[in-house]
Design a protein around this ligand. Structure first.
Ligand code: SAH
Length: 237
């Protein structure tokens, strides 16, 4: 009788352990949908491809496990090494500024968590992304690989100098603050291509700048104020 009961007890708890928690089963789809509707569509992002990408990429898989409950909040989050994953709205807004159609080659400088690269992977043909901190490169590259983002190519290095040999790029996004437009990145940009970057002389706040390459000149348009961690490496030389 006792043995029979304990066997049932073991079976009962095994079933409980195997059953996925409700939030995991739902893949945070409801939270993600709310995030997009209130923070992104609600603030004026209109590109349907950007909206779809933001509703698809599981942001909670790109933050440290202790931040998972906050993954869909309206704010940036720490990702280790003193760096941050950007606020969802900024990721969507910067992606929209690149005006991608679907078959372009895009360079991202500052892979961080890999989240922005994953979003871009839904919007263009190939994403090339560079991270200067080896620890962050390793973890984000593994995460992007596990997530099956086959068109994202990640490497460790100083993105100030771009990715020689893979350009020219139709679009480039810098996700770390700079006080000038990096000339090597303009060189690796296609004619008419766009470079989006947080630009400022002070490293506390920046303005998003959209740079368009026109022959050997650039056209610069200023957008909203933002706050990014500073770009290091060649940017400080
Ligand atoms: N796009 C990231 C967030 C970027 S945080 C995301 O989606 O999570 C800025 C990142 O830029 C940091 O990880 C920082 O280490 C990196 N970085 C700073 N200077 C860099 C440089 N010169 N080259 C490449 N990466 C750089």
């Amino acid at each position: 009788m006792g043995r029979f009961f304990s066997q049932w007890l073991i079976l009962f708890f095994s079933v409980l352990l195997l059953a996925p928690p409700a939030s995991r089963a739902a893949d945070y789809a409801a939270e993600r949908n709310d995030m997009v509707e209130s923070q992104i569509v609600g603030r004026g992002v209109r590109d349907p491809r950007v909206i779809r990408a933001m509703k698809t990429v599981p942001r909670h898989l790109f933050v440290p496990f202790w931040s998972v409950p906050e993954a869909y909040y309206d704010r940036p989050l720490p990702i280790g090494e003193g760096q941050t994953i950007s606020q969802p709205y900024i990721v969507a807004f910067m992606s929209e500024l690149l005006e991608l159609k679907g078959d372009e080659r895009v360079l991202e400088v500052g892979t961080g968590s890999g989240y922005q690269a994953a979003v871009l992977s839904h919007l263009c043909g190939e994403v090339y992304t560079i991270e200067i901190k080896p620890v962050l490169h390793k973890s984000s590259a593994a995460r992007l690989n596990e997530g099956g983002y086959k068109n994202v190519h990640a490497r460790a290095g100083d993105g100030y100098y771009g990715w020689e040999g893979k350009g020219p790029f139709a679009a480039i996004m810098i996700t770390a603050a700079v006080d000038h437009i990096p000339p090597p990145l303009v060189r690796q940009l296609k004619e008419g291509g766009k470079l989006v970057l947080p630009l400022s002389k002070s490293f506390l706040f920046q303005t998003l700048a959209v740079v368009t390459k026109r022959g050997n000149k650039v056209e610069v348009r200023y957008s909203i104020p933002v706050r990014f961690v500073p770009m290091t490496g060649g940017a400080l030389r």
